[in-house]
Design a binder for this molecule. Structure first.
Ligand SMILES: *Cc1c(COP(=O)(O)O)cnc(C)c1O
Length: 446
């Protein structure tokens, strides 16, 4: 509807109307930037951005000569879902960088799984088969102490499934010291209560005894939950009850170990692992696939066969089921544990120092100042909170942080006391060349 009166003069038919100069769709789509974007994002998406920009111009929000720029700006700059970055932060499992990087065999498995696969078919009989059986077999083989295993979307989903199937409408007995926030607003108590289970909190923030648990047990108890505080350490006057003691209680003990270590790692002596926890008497262990295990995002459930079976058969299990890509990457990770996560954790200090030194020399030859300094790397991502890994870093002026982050490839370091530190521990050695060129390509700034 055109407004009457004075405003009525700006009709689209007027010869002076700038709206007549809005570029046509075919002209806009021929813009090289939009042609390139169409290859990356598909033509429909680019066309939608063009139409939206034309409409804004018709409403008078843009001048006709701004339409192409607006369409370009509305499209993402890089590939459709996530750009590859170099993690020089020294944080092995960086949540903002997607936690674990997959190993070569997992990547290969992903590519195969992208097509049609026998994920739910037995090729010998031509009949339907248990979904993801290879993956479940690999997990069971990696943890022989588990009576049965199941895989869901992530660690949180594993807990939700356990709470729903074993304690909805009943009570989960848990220490006050373990009702933690894992990160990014993910609070364990809220998650558990969302299933319809009631939390029966026992003990205090710093101390909980076996008697505290025992006194809380009753006919309404679904299970006792023990959570590994994965992102902080409680020190001082503290007491927690070991799994072996909890297991003497007459109810199932579910242990959320968080990080997904399947067997002990001498490098991380305080980090719980699935095998030891099951041997201590846990009925069920839950863990993430993309932390210390170094696999894809997944939630692992391992333990007593009758309990795992109840979880697997619960209607909610279907909603938490992982796709064939996850199953493939997880199976490959379990069969070939030489993951980037493991490599980063176990890298020798000498090798790291040599690589860092070579990088410094290359920069020096190009007339750029940099220094090799001791650094401290951490596990991160909700694992091994107290563990510090002796490391080395290239120290550069802090001003380099933004251009490196915006470069190609984007390089992420960490700023410490006015300097940018690049710790190569989590940069795969085969990417050192890319890191060197990213550094040499920086504007000199003088
Ligand atoms: C990381 C973590 C979770 C959540 O696992 P996601 O895979 O991120 O869903 C739960 N509990 C503990 C102890 C954790 O460390």
């Amino acid at each position: 509807m055109e407004a009457a009166g004075a405003e009525g003069r700006t009709t689209a038919d007027g010869p002076e109307d700038p709206r007549r100069r809005i570029p046509r769709t075919d002209v806009l789509l021929a813009d090289p930037r939009l042609t390139a974007a169409a290859q990356l994002h598909g033509r429909p998406r680019v066309k939608a951005a063009v139409t939206a920009a034309q409409q804004r111009a018709r409403r008078g929000e843009l001048r006709p000569d701004q339409v192409a720029d607006a369409a370009v700006a509305a499209l993402p700059g890089g590939p459709p879902a996530g750009r590859a970055v170099l993690n020089a932060t020294g944080v092995v499992l960086h949540t903002n960088l997607g936690r674990a990087a997959l190993g070569a065999s997992a990547v290969e498995a992903l590519v195969t799984a992208a097509g049609h696969t026998d994920v739910e078919l037995d090729l010998t009989t031509g009949r339907r088969a248990r979904r993801g059986r290879d993956t479940l077999d690999a997990l069971a083989a990696a943890v022989p102490d588990a009576g049965a295993v199941h895989v869901v979307n992530n660690g949180a989903a594993a807990l939700v499934l356990a709470a729903t199937a074993l304690a909805a409408g009943r009570e989960i007995v848990v220490s006050r010291g373990e009702l933690v926030e894992i990160g990014d607003g993910f609070r364990l108590p809220e998650l558990l209560e969302s299933t319809g289970a009631r939390l029966r909190e026992v003990g205090t923030t710093n101390r909980t005894s076996l008697a505290d648990y025992a006194a809380a047990l009753g006919p309404a108890t679904g299970f006792v939950l023990k959570v590994h505080p994965a992102n902080f350490v409680v020190t001082g006057y503290t007491a927690a009850v070991p799994v072996a003691e909890l297991a003497t209680l007459d109810v199932p003990v579910v242990v959320d170990i968080g990080s997904g270590l399947l067997v002990p790692d001498p490098l991380l002596p305080d980090e719980p692992d699935a095998t030891t926890t099951l041997r201590a008497g846990a009925a069920l262990v839950t863990a993430s696939g993309d932390k210390l295990l170094g696999g894809p995002q997944a939630g692992l459930l391992l333990g007593r066969a009758d309990l795992v079976d109840r979880l697997r058969r619960h209607p909610l299990a279907r909603a938490l089921r992982v796709d064939k890509l996850t199953l493939a990457a997880l199976a490959a990770t379990l069969r070939d544990p030489a993951t980037p996560t493991r490599a980063a954790l176990h890298l020798s200090g000498t090798a790291l120092r040599d690589r860092t030194e070579r990088l410094r020399e290359a920069l020096g030859a190009a007339g750029r100042k940099a220094e090799v300094v001791p650094s401290v790397a951490v596990v991160g991502g909700g694992g091994a909170p107290g563990v510090e890994l002796d490391s080395w870093a290239l120290a550069l002026p802090e001003e380099y942080a933004a251009p490196l982050r915006l470069g190609d490839p984007p390089v992420l370091g960490r700023v410490v006391r006015g300097r940018l530190l690049l710790d190569l521990r989590c940069v795969p050695p085969e990417h050192d060349d890319r890191l060197r060129s990213a550094l040499l390509n920086l504007p000199t700034g003088d």
